[in-house]
Design a protein around this ligand. Structure first.
Ligand SMILES: O=P(O)(O)OC[C@H]1O[C@H](OP(=O)(O)OP(=O)(O)O)[C@H](O)[C@@H]1O
Ligand SMILES: O=c1cc[nH]c(=O)[nH]1
Ligand SMILES: [Mg+2]
Length: 213
């Protein structure tokens, strides 16, 4: 069984990079942005689900019986960090429909850049599951570090983090706070600016996805 072992994996697949460039373009409308995020989420899902828990089931092919590999889907929890996380969640869930789903509601205070929690609901038996937390943006890392804190408090011990864009600052923050949590991303950008936005980035993912602002 292959496992993700690096702390950071940047998935430099041509299809992902092409779609990401369209997403970054400020002229790209909301509907296209949302559709592309869904498509990229399914390509990233391939990488973040390496080594997913498997089981076997007895089936009959036209030739003979066999014990065939199948996903132990109920052992997986997908956690969306609201609200932008839902843009990654939907596509991944479409590929793994039997996964359990949870939500961590956080928004970033624009002055302090600290996360403010407003919701938390996750599946039971988190300690038994591979937990994949999804949020398109890893900027200061404050939101993702707080979300992972909450997931660990809920019992999770095997957590991966899936995002679209990461900053070096955010990766460093996560590595310090949660060195056991591997990060999978489509791109590692240059930096965060004074307002905590990733540059060159794509702006505010939630606003671009939902047409707010
Ligand atoms: O790494 P950080 O500096 O914490 O920033 C990243 C967070 O900011 C965005 O959420 P936002 O607060 O805009 O909430 P939203 O998803 O509701 O738009 C993004 O989706 C992350 O959750
Ligand atoms: O660049 C950024 C930083 C945080 N949140 C976003 O949506 N975009
Ligand atoms: Mg936002």
């Amino acid at each position: 069984m292959s496992e993700i072992i690096q702390h950071l994996t940047v998935v430099e697949h041509p299809l992902i990079q092409h779609k990401l460039t369209i997403m970054r373009d400020k002229a790209t409308p909301t509907a296209v942005f949302r559709q592309l995020l869904r498509e990229i989420s399914q390509l990233l899902a391939y990488e973040v689900t390496r080594g997913l828990p498997m089981t076997t089931k007895r089936i009959e092919t036209p030739m003979q019986e066999m014990d065939a590999p199948t996903l132990a889907g109920k052992k997986l929890a997908l956690i969306s960090i609201l609200r932008a996380g839902n843009g990654l969640l939907d596509g991944v869930l479409e590929l793994i429909p039997s996964a359990r789903v949870g939500f961590v509601g956080l928004y970033r205070d624009e002055e302090t850049l600290q996360p403010v929690q407003y919701y938390f609901k996750v599946p039971e038996a988190m300690e038994d599951r591979l937990v994949i937390a999804v949020d398109p943006m890893l900027a200061t890392g404050n939101s993702s570090a707080a979300a992972v804190d909450l997931l660990k408090q809920a019992g999770a011990t095997n957590i991966r983090f899936l995002c679209l864009l990461a900053s070096p600052e955010g990766v460093a923050r996560m590595k310090e706070a949660h060195p056991d949590v591997p990060i999978v991303t489509a791109a590692l950008d240059e930096a965060i600016d004074a307002r905590g936005y990733i540059v060159p980035g794509l702006g505010d993912a939630g606003d671009r996805m939902f047409g707010t602002k």
